[in-house]
Each structure stands twice: as structure tokens, then as C-alpha cells.
Design a protein around this ligand. Sequence first.
Ligand SMILES: CC(C)(COP(=O)(O)OP(=O)(O)OC[C@H]1O[C@@H](n2cnc3c(N)ncnc32)[C@H](O)[C@@H]1OP(=O)(O)O)[C@@H](O)C(=O)NCCC(=O)NCCS
Length: 184
Amino acid sequence: MNAHAMTDQTSFLIRRMQPADAETLAAFYNGLSKASIRTFRPLGTKTAADVCLKLALNNGVEKDIRFDLLALTGPRVVGWCFLWDLDTDKPMFGLGIADDHHGQGLGGTLMDRVMQTARDRRLAQVFLTVVKDNVVAWRLYEKRGFVRYDEYISKDDGETYLRMACGLRGGEPAEQAASVKRGG
Ligand SMILES: CC(C)(COP(=O)(O)OP(=O)(O)OC[C@H]1O[C@@H](n2cnc3c(N)ncnc32)[C@H](O)[C@@H]1OP(=O)(O)O)[C@@H](O)C(=O)NCCC(=O)NCCS
């Protein structure tokens, strides 16, 4: 379902990704600053429209194994929040906002919508990784119920990452995260 959201000054259209968004999602991703790509690179350092088209097709067009939510101002994508691996018991969460729209409440808004979708789909848990020094991001996640259960240094980029999990079916989140760690 489409939805409009207001942050401080701007109105956004928030809706699930469609195949026609492939080009504009690629432009958003390739326009992220170096600092943002350091902490958010689900598609590597650069992407292309055909890669983004595959994501869109996994949003219930050919398969329903991803949920990609976009925030748009006019034709421009300014925020992207997603769940992937929805066909596994380890669905993963990701969030990125255009640099010129940081700190306007958009990240929190998109995250709330995506986590509501996770609850509507009766997911038991959602997982994410976050660069440890990305304090704004992990505070946002902690505030919304994610707990840390592990940390590691990536062989790809040498950064220290936190692993976090959010239990969606009640119970004690810390215990759920601990059982995730034991289960690998
Ligand atoms: C991390 C990120 C997603 C946050 O999105 P955002 O739209 O800027 O965040 P919001 O405006 O919704 O703010 C979320 C919270 O962080 C706080 N915050 C935002 N920017 C902040 C800043 N520069 N310093 C301190 N706090 C900040 C807000 O006050 C808000 O706190 P609240 O929930 O207590 O009100 C965004 O900065 C981003 O895309 N960064 C680059 C990519 C990235 O690192 N993604 C996360 C990968 S795991």
C-alpha cells in the first residue's frame, strides 16, 4: 500500500519497490557519499539498474522473498529500507537514507514501516549487521528492539561489525539473540 509521510519540511511517498524503480534506485545508491557507502553497501560500492531490477522482481513480481520499501520525493529515491532472505529463518534488515536527507526522521519512519511488515508476516526474528562506530544507526536499532549478540571484524573491509537481532513474538530478546548465536 502506498503511504505519504511528512518529516520536518518534506513530504515523501513511501511504497514498495516496483520494476520501474530499478534505474532510480541505482541512481540513489550510486549517489551515496563515501561515508555512507562505508557503512551501507548491500550491493557493493556501486550498482547498476539490472541488479536493482532483480531486487524488484523478488518483491512479489516473480518471487516474494524480499520486501524493499522506497521513500520518494518526485521521481527521486531518497530512502531505501528492506528485508531480504524472507524465505529463510534468518531474514535480514537494511536501511539507507540519501545524505542530504539525514536527520529528518526518514530512517526511523521507514524502519517502523518495514518492521510492521515483518510483524504482519509473522516473522519470528529479524537480523542485521551494523558497523560498530555507526552509533546513530545502532542506537536507532536498539530503540526499536534490536539487541546485540555478537561482533566481528570483516575480512572484506577490516571494519568491526555488530550483529543484532529483534525478536517479534514476545519473550526475552536477549535470550532469543543468545540462542541465535548458539545456532550460528
Ligand atoms: C543511519 C541512518 C539510516 C539514519 O537515518 P536518518 O533518517 O538520518 O535518521 P532519523 O532522522 O530517522 O533519526 C534517527 C535517530 O537518530 C538520531 N540522529 C540522526 N542523526 C543524528 C546525528 N547526526 N547525530 C546524533 N543523532 C542523530 C535522531 O535524533 C533520531 O533519534 P530519536 O529516534 O531518538 O529521535 C542514515 O544516517 C544513513 O542512511 N546513514 C548512511 C547509511 C547507513 O549507515 N545505514 C545504516 C547501515 S546499518
